[in-house]
Design a protein around this ligand. Structure first.
Ligand code: ADP
Ligand code: MG
Length: 397
């Protein structure tokens, strides 16, 4: 689960990390009061969407030379004007995709006098099964770019969970960032605060880009992205309350209501599969035959007819889907249940794209019979590669 920058900064503040004073608003009328509560003389007006790259982003229907989603203001009035200009519009950044995201919230914060912009992140490193730090002097840019062109400017190390974080790790980060004096000391303190927050709140990624040194020698977290492990949310009610459903993919949101493991992707072939491993293999083989999956979907082991119907409806509601591949290996899941679910869904929402069904395992004959007698225009397949080949052919012609 993701949260907004202003929410992440609230959490940083709770753990004693240095952030600017700021106010979030959802209506233009609130902007003047919000900006007026801050010190000035510089205000920064920031679009809150679950995507980075806002500063360099572009609003749809932007006027010539119009700025992106992070704007400086020199007065309360100007901050209010910029807020009104951004609210309700769609911001496109390299992370939102071409459709962009509607800006429903603005964060107004105190402007900082920046001396240097640095990069600091913590993440769960699967290779070492530990929490890793990533530090770079190249702040304010995409870390992927830095990694691709100047990897020597990135320092990473992991923390042994048995001994936890210590001042040693803080010094390692501060050296990597080239800090001195007051900023060095503050960075050492920041590292253990971030680690504590990361562990206690079940964070999976915490990225501060940029972490800045100000002209007065202090450091500050100027931007913050936080992702949380969704499996931990049952024990993180405070974090869970920060969820903003309007930022989530509506299809994924719908799927989560039915307890379906669904992730929307960019391709054209909708997949309905049981078991995460089989779903991964199905996506791979679709690519092998020259197309791209539109989603990952694991209906689970003991799915009911209703669940299968909902899954199918979610897949067909995606305008990107040009063909559907149902690939079921009946173990606990029975092929006849899948067949009935698919038929019920098609009766309800119709079928405008080719559908290939491959069934195997428990009650396979019954499943095939149900589909055969339904009168549905289904292309039957006997095995996984046959199924993938048939759906790609049906879509690509
Ligand atoms: P994004 O990463 O989505 O573009 P950031 O919060 O990192 O958004 O802002 C982009 C840039 O805007 C920063 O790298 C920094 O140069 C500037 N900036 C952001 N917040 C402030 C602030 N409070 N004071 C001064 N400059 C800021
Ligand atoms: Mg940033």
């Amino acid at each position: 689960m993701n949260i907004h920058e202003y929410q992440a900064k609230q959490l940083l503040k709770e753990y004693g990390a240095p952030v600017a004073d700021g106010r979030a608003v959802t209506r233009a009328e609130e902007a003047k009061t919000a900006a007026g509560a801050l010190d000035g003389p510089l205000w920064v007006v920031k679009a809150q969407i679950h995507a980075g790259g806002r500063g360099k982003g572009k609003f749809k229907e932007a006027s010539a030379g119009e700025k992106g989603g992070v704007r400086l203001a020199k007065s309360v009035e100007e901050a209010a004007e910029e807020t009104a200009r951004m609210l309700g519009r769609t911001l496109v950044t390299h992370q939102t995709g071409p459709a962009g995201k509607q800006v429903n919230r603005i964060y107004i914060e105190d402007g900082a006098d920046i001396e240097t912009e640095l990069y600091l992140a913590l993440l769960v490193d699967r290779d070492t099964s530990r929490i890793s730090f990533i530090a770079s002097t190249e702040g304010g840019m995409d870390i992927e770019e830095v990694a691709a062109h100047t990897p020597e400017k990135i320092v990473t190390f992991s923390v042994d969970p048995a001994s936890g974080v210590s001042a040693f790790h803080g010094r390692k980060v501060a050296f990597a960032l080239g800090l001195k004096g007051q900023a060095f000391k503050e960075c050492v303190a920041l590292v253990s605060k971030l680690y504590k927050l990361f562990v206690e709140k079940d964070v999976s990624l915490l990225e501060i880009n940029p972490l800045i040194v100000m002209t007065d020698g202090h450091i500050r977290c100027l931007d913050c992205k936080m992702n949380f492990d969704s499996n931990s949310l049952y024990r993180q009610p405070e974090v869970f309350s920060l969820r903003d459903e309007t930022e989530e993919d509506p299809k994924e949101l719908e799927a989560s209501k039915y307890d379906l493991n669904y992730i929307a992707l960019d391709g054209e072939i909708g997949c309905m599969v049981n078991g995460a491993g089989l779903a991964m293999a199905t996506m791979d083989i679709i690519k092998l035959y020259g197309s791209e999956p539109a989603n990952f979907l694991d209906v689970g082991g003991g799915a009911t007819k209703e669940k299968v119907t909902e899954a199918f409806k979610i897949i067909t509601s995606d305008p990107q889907v040009k063909g559907i591949l149902v690939n079921i290996f009946g173990g606990i899941m029975r092929c006849d249940v899948i067949a009935e679910g698919v038929i019920a869904a098609v009766k309800e929402v119709g079928l405008k794209v080719p559908l290939v069904v491959r069934l195997e395992g428990t009650n396979v004959d019954l499943g095939k019979k149900i589909i055969g007698e339904s009168g549905l225009n289904v292309i039957a397949a006997d095995n996984l590669s046959d199924a993938a080949e048939k759906i790609v052919k049906a879509v690509k012609g």
